[in-house]
Design a protein around this ligand. Structure first.
Ligand code: HEC
Ligand code: HEC
Length: 446
């Protein structure tokens, strides 16, 4: 009898102790959330249902691609965390969806990983792409690869972004001499790269030949004459769809921030404290977007065809600025829903969230011992297993990765629990967005 009592009081004390540290944890977290304004979101703009519906059709319609064989959804699919589940995207000429997707004959991989598009309609975003090559806001104006050729009337940075996949030869437009899936000449591919405005104009000619699109545009833009409708109207509608259907603030972590103390478990809470404290993650993954929107070199292994003048390397932000300090720097990704958007990093170098996190803790070792055998076969040989390249990268790794004290295994586990708590249930249930048919009559399935 005596034994039972002492056992009971022991457990009681242990529970009390846990509850106490539990309360301390919650207090610490509440302070962090408040100080950093983590649960503050600027209100979203409102869109008419007609505009969102036009955007949805355009997002899934392969009519926007030169060869009529690929849509935005192929690389940003609702069933694949609004990305494509591939390390590097497969564009024009490819077939299939997700990990099944195959390259077309004679084509190359897209040099970068398809990012998710979750919460990109938030007003706080002032950059787009892994190298921030689109930036600005509606008041200050936008910087983009099209410079002064960018059409006026774009309502948000997300709309500005939507102007570009259709002009990219590898992603959607195709090469001179390509034919469409129907055997017609690909008229979009014939246009010079220096004339994106002609691509946008010709695309509108395509859309205006389809009565259903005229109907959808008229409903979305009542009062705008048909001849005044340009691709900026299409882009605004696509951005409206992306904003309306891919914005979520109901992950367990969001619920916790809204005051539901048991929405995440203790491990995730400890992970959050580490993330915003000792592990220094929030020095880059900062604010409510979990990104500072700055580019940093964290030494991610180089792989893929490479980009622009730097081929076979992809030197990231340096391609835009020419500043040595930007070499191998890529924009800090947002981490909302990150668990469902793998493979991770600007080139999908890692297949597991755990490797993506551990890379930050020891970039040198992760770069030196990178295992390319986990990549799809045709990408393995593209890994730049070159000491000079590695040394160049390691020579200027962002100093924010240096921690005063290395993290214990338990702490890494806690951080992973926290990252898993950033997944919205709704982000996993988006199949309903996929239309059964689109106005062009082209197949919706890849
Ligand atoms: C072939 C695959 C592919 C297609 C098709 C495609 N994208 Fe992308 N998308 C990508 C890749 C890859 C990137 C990153 C490129 C980079 O940063 O250099 C990207 C970037 C983006 C971004 C920027 C996200 C961010 O946080 O910076 C958005 C938004 C986006 N795409 C929307 C669209 C829309 C809308 C369409 C259709 C008009 C589209 N994409 C078509 C692969 C694709
Ligand atoms: C120096 C700034 C910086 C710090 C500090 C930092 N990150 Fe990152 N993180 C980045 C950048 C930049 C990338 C993308 C790098 C690339 O693709 O080349 C990234 C990528 C990631 C990714 C992959 C996301 C995706 O969509 O591909 C995860 C997950 C991640 N970081 C988690 C963390 C965690 C957890 C910590 C703290 C232990 C942390 N980061 C600390 C800058 C940082």
């Amino acid at each position: 009898m005596k034994k039972t009592i002492s056992l009971f009081s022991l457990t009681g004390a242990a529970i009390l102790l846990l509850a106490f540290t539990g309360r301390e944890l919650d207090n610490a977290l509440r302070n962090i959330i408040q100080q950093k304004g983590l649960n503050q979101h600027a209100p979203l703009p409102g869109f008419s249902a007609a505009k969102v519906e036009l955007g949805r059709m355009l997002f899934f319609d392969k009519i926007l691609s030169g060869n009529k064989d690929i849509s935005c959804a192929t690389c940003h699919h609702p069933a694949l965390g609004s990305a494509d589940a591939l390390p590097l995207a497969i564009g024009v000429g490819g077939q299939g969806l997700g990990v099944e997707r195959q390259m077309g004959k004679g084509r190359e991989r897209i040099p970068r990983n398809s990012p998710d598009i979750f919460n990109r309609g938030a007003k706080e975003w002032h950059t787009m792409f892994w190298d921030n090559r689109v930036s600005g806001d509606i008041m200050a104006g936008y910087e983009s690869p099209a410079d002064e050729k960018l059409i006026d009337g774009l309502e948000s940075i997300l709309a500005v972004q939507a102007m570009f996949p259709v002009t990219s030869r590898d992603e959607m437009r195709g090469e001179i001499g390509d034919r469409t899936v129907k055997g017609e000449i690909n008229e979009l591919a014939l246009i010079s790269n220096a004339m994106p405005q002609v691509v946008w104009h010709r695309l509108m000619l395509r859309l205006k030949k389809i009565p259903k699109y005229i109907e959808l545009f008229e409903a979305a833009y009542p009062g705008v004459a048909l001849e005044d409708l340009g691709f900026q109207h299409a882009a605004n509608a696509i951005a409206a769809f992306e904003t309306e259907e891919f914005t979520f603030h109901d992950s367990p972590w969001d619920l916790y921030m809204d005051g539901v103390t048991n929405a995440i478990d203790e491990s995730a809470k400890r992970g959050a404290v580490l993330f915003y404290g000792k592990a220094n993650c929030s020095s880059c993954h900062s604010g409510n977007l979990m990104s500072d929107q700055q580019a940093h070199n964290i030494g991610v292994p180089q792989l893929g065809p490479g980009k622009g003048n730097s081929e076979p390397l992809d030197v990231g932000r340096y391609l835009e600025t020419g500043d040595q300090a930007d070499a191998f720097a890529f924009r800090t990704p947002s981490l909302k829903n990150t668990a469902i958007t793998g493979p991770w990093m600007h080139n999908g170098a890692y297949n597991t969230l755990e490797d993506a996190v551990r890379h930050h803790l020891d970039p040198k070792q992760y770069l030196q011992q990178y295992d390319a055998s986990k990549l799809p076969e045709e990408l393995r040989a593209t890994f730049q297993d070159n000491e000079e390249v590695k040394q160049r990268m390691l020579g200027q790794i962002d100093q924010r990765l240096k921690l005063e004290k290395p993290l214990a295994e338990q702490e890494i586990e806690n951080i992973l629990s926290f990252l898993y708590a950033l997944t919205d249930q709704s982000a996993l249930e988006l199949e309903h967005l996929v239309p059964t048919k689109v106005p062009s009559g082209l197949p919706v399935k890849d």
